[in-house]
Design a protein. Structure first.
Ligand code: 5GP
Ligand code: ZN
Length: 119
């Protein structure tokens, strides 16, 4: 169920400290850690500690926590020194868009140039 820890969910395990994570920030409701397969010099994932399958489900069920995720993404960008040059917050939603982990997360990507539209 949304919000409840899922025993087989990788990011629930990371939020619970059962799998190691390279944590860069933590708040009461969120955890930010480096992506294991970085796609940019800065590539940090910001997750809600509670389980929601994707960003849309999170925003619908717990809009304040979605706001927390976005605030923390901005704080990560500032701490990583990429806020000035510009950075990208990505919310892959659904397998067709490239979502592979079905626990809501925001990618914070920075430190290189980006093109639009994305590939
Ligand atoms: P998605 O494709 O679902 O938007 O993003 C999932 C992200 O999780 C990917 O960028 C992937 O590299 C990252 N990831 C998958 N497994 C792990 C892990 O065990 N540790 C960390 N830090 N990142 C992971
Ligand atoms: Zn989860």
């Amino acid at each position: 169920m949304a919000g409840e820890a899922q025993g087989d969910c990788l990011f629930c395990k990371m939020a619970a400290g059962r799998i190691p994570a390279d944590v860069v920030r933590e708040s009461e409701t969120t955890l930010a850690f480096r992506d294991i397969n970085p796609q940019a010099p800065t590539h940090v994932l910001v997750i809600p500690k509670a389980h929601y399958p994707d960003a849309a489900a999170l925003a619908a069920a717990a809009p304040q926590v979605m706001a927390d995720v976005l605030r923390e993404a901005g704080e990560v960008a500032a701490a990583e020194g990429v806020a000035e040059s510009g950075y990208r917050i990505v919310l892959n939603t659904g397998a067709g868009a490239g979502q592979t982990v079905f626990h809501a997360h925001a990618h914070v990507l920075g430190g290189r140039g980006f093109t639009w539209p994305p590939g």
